[in-house]
Design a protein around this ligand. Structure first.
Ligand code: GTP
Ligand code: MG
Length: 238
């Protein structure tokens, strides 16, 4: 609980069985609920999660087997967010990279500044490999140019928002593009109540399965397509 409000943590998860138990043990007590959503895991993530569920009452292991281009990151988030019962919803990867223990401080800033949706930015951070920094900078510039939104981390996977804004997020992207979509839709719906707040990322548990170049190119195209789709959908005034 934070300020008398219940807090849910939503985590997409694919093939993270080897450290899932440690990860859950480290999640701070202020989280009332942890919703972990596996999507076509081929290791024993679901078995481990089902075992954890038996002795950790606040933990739920869900499955969503829909994929888009073989990826279910976005679908897992949609399922987790829909299932989350907390007044405050926090989304973060299940690989230990995001500092979920910082949520109380971040929530205080959100309260002070009237923020309804926070996208937690990892940048600036000199320790992140240059290639990744450059990729994110290109996507940030594309978003600034096409949407007028200046952000530092278009691909952050940690967000904090209140349950009452969920209906305004209109999430549809089942693959990695849910990450830019949730930020752009939140900004469109909430305007100045959308903000970025700084976090520091940690080193990942386990091996990455990400293809940074391929995913980056898909984001580049999606961000542009999404902008034109919106433009076309604007009806001329008669
Ligand atoms: N449910 C589901 N989760 C996924 C899928 N792909 C990745 N994930 C999870 O989504 C989160 C993000 O994936 P990562 O592999 O960490 O990708 P990344 O954060 O871009 O890159 P690294 O952290 O550097 O590996 C992790 O918690 C994964 O377990 C998927 O297809 N379905
Ligand atoms: Mg990650």
């Amino acid at each position: 609980m934070l300020d008398g409000r219940t807090v849910s943590l939503v985590m997409p998860c694919r093939n993270e069985a080897s450290f899932l138990e440690n990860l859950i043990d480290e999640i701070p007590d202020f989280f009332d609920e942890i919703v972990c959503v596996s999507n076509k895991s081929t290791d024993n993530t679901v078995e481990v999660g089902t075992r954890i569920q038996k002795h950790v009452p606040r933990f739920r292991m869900l499955q969503d087997d829909r994929t888009a281009n073989g990826i279910g990151y976005g679908y897992a988030h949609m399922t987790g967010i829909n299932a989350a019962e907390g007044d405050i919803i926090v989304c973060a990867d299940s690989d230990g990279t995001y500092p979920v223990e910082d949520v109380p401080q971040l929530w205080r800033v959100m309260q002070d500044k009237g923020i309804a949706f926070t996208s937690c930015t990892r940048y600036p951070d000199r320790d992140i490999p240059m290639k990744l920094q450059l990729g994110v900078k290109i996507l940030n510039a594309e978003i600034a140019l096409l949407y007028g939104l200046r952000i530092h981390d278009s691909l952050s996977g940690m967000w904090i928002f209140t349950k009452d804004v969920v209906d305004q997020l209109h999430l549809t992207e089942g693959d990695w593009n849910l990450s830019p979509q949730i930020k752009l839709n939140a900004y469109e719906a909430l305007g100045t109540r959308f903000k970025e707040l700084k976090i520091t990322q940690r080193v990942r548990y386990g091996e990455t399965k990400q293809n940074y170049f391929e995913t980056g190119m898909k984001h580049l195209l999606w961000i542009a397509r999404n902008r034109f789709k919106k433009r076309n959908s604007i009806q001329p005034c008669v």
